[in-house]
Write a protein that binds this ligand. Sequence first.
Ligand code: FAD
Ligand code: NAG
Ligand code: NAG
Ligand code: NAG
Ligand code: NAG
Ligand code: NAG
Ligand code: NAG
Ligand code: NAG
Ligand code: NAG
Length: 459
Amino acid sequence: MKSPQFSMLFTLVLTAFFSFSWATLPHQSFLQCLSLRSNDSSISKLIFTRTNSSYGSVLDSTLWNLRFNSTNTPKPLVIVTPTQISHIQATIHCSRKHGLQTRTRSGGHDYEGLSSIAKVPFIIIDLVHFRSVDVDVENRIAWVQSGASLGELYYRIAEKSTKLAFPAAVFHTIGVGGHISGGGFGLLLRKYGLAADNVLDAQFIDVNGRVLDRKSMGEDLFWAIRGGGGGSFGIVLSWKLSLVPVPANVTVFSVTRVLEQNATEVVHRWQYIARDLPDEVYSTVILRGINSTQDGRKTVLAIFSSLFLGTINELLPLMEQRFPELGLTRQNCTEMSYIQSLMVNNGLPNQPLEILLNWTSRVPIVSPSYKAKSDYVKEPISVTGLNGLFSRLTDETAALTTIVFVAFGGIMDRIPENATPFPHRAEICTRSFMTWVGKKKTTYTPKDTSIGLEVLIVI
Ligand SMILES: Cc1cc2nc3c(=O)[nH]c(=O)nc-3n(C[C@H](O)[C@H](O)[C@H](O)COP(=O)(O)OP(=O)(O)OC[C@H]3O[C@@H](n4cnc5c(N)ncnc54)[C@H](O)[C@@H]3O)c2cc1C
Ligand SMILES: *[C@@H]1O[C@H](CO)[C@@H](O)[C@H](O)[C@H]1NC(C)=O
Ligand SMILES: *[C@@H]1O[C@H](CO)[C@@H](O)[C@H](O)[C@H]1NC(C)=O
Ligand SMILES: *[C@@H]1O[C@H](CO)[C@@H](O)[C@H](O)[C@H]1NC(C)=O
Ligand SMILES: *[C@@H]1O[C@H](CO)[C@@H](O)[C@H](O)[C@H]1NC(C)=O
Ligand SMILES: *[C@@H]1O[C@H](CO)[C@@H](O)[C@H](O)[C@H]1NC(C)=O
Ligand SMILES: *[C@@H]1O[C@H](CO)[C@@H](O)[C@H](O)[C@H]1NC(C)=O
Ligand SMILES: *[C@@H]1O[C@H](CO)[C@@H](O)[C@H](O)[C@H]1NC(C)=O
Ligand SMILES: CC(=O)N[C@H]1CO[C@H](CO)[C@@H](O)[C@@H]1O
């Protein structure tokens, strides 16, 4: 029988022999280090270099924004898809030793592709195999690994209980890892806060490969990983989440207005009303340019869309009192289970829930190649400011641009600003711009100073 020492020596000699001609490439010494460091020979099946035929498909698997699928985009030297913690530890050790940076990838939805791109030689640690979800209904907790999609988390919760949920974004292909690391908000934001506000514990690997939990990492680091931005502190392997109660049925509505129906005035008014509605109302306005039915001219469509944690009978008098300008009617409202409301908001009404498990299914409402950007509204935008914004939406060059306003307020105002690193709690609403990317570039600098930030619209 071979002794371990002999086997190690043998591997060393072999690698030294085979590495002779290509030892000058930085990632070859990295690969040698990885095979030496790893006590598990199966790791070779989890390492993709540019010469592997599946390198491209592994790289593309969660590179959602096709803006980055170009020959000009810097590509990783190696992609590692670990199945064990020891694989991650070995990758961290060897990349440090050989001066290569690492990028951690969970769901790959980063607006600027930061989980798949670097300007220096780099390795991707892709957590595609770290996607288990364990839901404990009795104790209202879940342990979820970072590589799982939000859809997998939502499906596993709904499978066990229709009355529990986790407050996070709507889009089901977003990764748990990057999402919670950056804060993360969705339909339950005004009632239960950010995804990061509902984290109880985490399993974390630091730069030295140590595996830490909340207790061993300490409260400072635990604070930082909940909203301070992914990739800054180490790798979060899994999260212990607090699940929150939702009613058996919720109410969903979408009411539309175009400019000719006073959309501008109603959006303006919305800014003063939405953030002070009861916590049970999630409220958003989606804006885009469309062809006017009247005379073929362009107009702006404003979709006022809401989720209410209650019944239609409770919602109607509330909206009539607080926001009569919207003219909400019973016909505009539908009662359904919470998980169905997620499907509706994903643009997947009447589809089987199993779609939530398919993290390769593209969300129909998101274009394949886009530039996205968010900012936060601190003071209500004036009617003049809105008119400026809307005139851009009706411009030919912005035909496929969508602006989404999501109202904050509710519990967001009551959680102290320093509770997590997420810096935007006290704002009126967030505005996200998502625009289809083609050739022409235009920059829009709003004249109305209350908008605060310059908005770049790339068409
Ligand atoms: C179509 C679309 C809709 C969106 N809607 C919302 C929304 O409604 N609400 C909202 O809050 N956000 C929304 N976002 C933003 C989204 O939450 C963030 O882009 C989030 O970071 C994506 O997480 P990910 O795991 O998919 O991304 P990734 O690209 O994998 O990661 C994002 C960043 O986190 C780092 N990271 C990833 N995994 C880990 C880990 N395990 N440990 C440490 N660092 C890690 C990466 O290196 C990268 O820097 C949306 C994004 C898109 C594309
Ligand atoms: C490799 O080592 C780790 C600890 O460093 C251990 O947990 C794991 O089981 C080992 N794997 C194999 C295949 O021996
Ligand atoms: C990315 O581009 C390559 C080369 O053009 C193509 O083969 C591949 O299918 C593209 N990936 C996706 C996800 O579209
Ligand atoms: C809302 O209901 C009114 C009538 O009650 C109807 O005219 C309008 O089209 C509905 N709006 C939407 C977006 O369904
Ligand atoms: C728009 O506002 C004007 C002036 O307040 C009002 O007369 C009109 O009825 C409104 N139109 C709609 C569709 O609400
Ligand atoms: C809007 O009108 C233009 C021509 O005026 C046409 O090219 C375009 O396809 C129309 N868009 C939609 C969505 O109907
Ligand atoms: C939920 O709403 C559906 C559709 O309106 C209805 O059939 C069902 O009875 C409601 N369930 C509860 C518990 O109210
Ligand atoms: C997942 O979605 C993709 C794209 O829509 C589709 O091609 C694939 O068949 C789906 N997979 C499953 C298991 O449904
Ligand atoms: C995942 C995978 O197939 N990796 C292979 C890449 O190519 C090297 C060298 O041919 C193989 O050793 C790996 O197994």
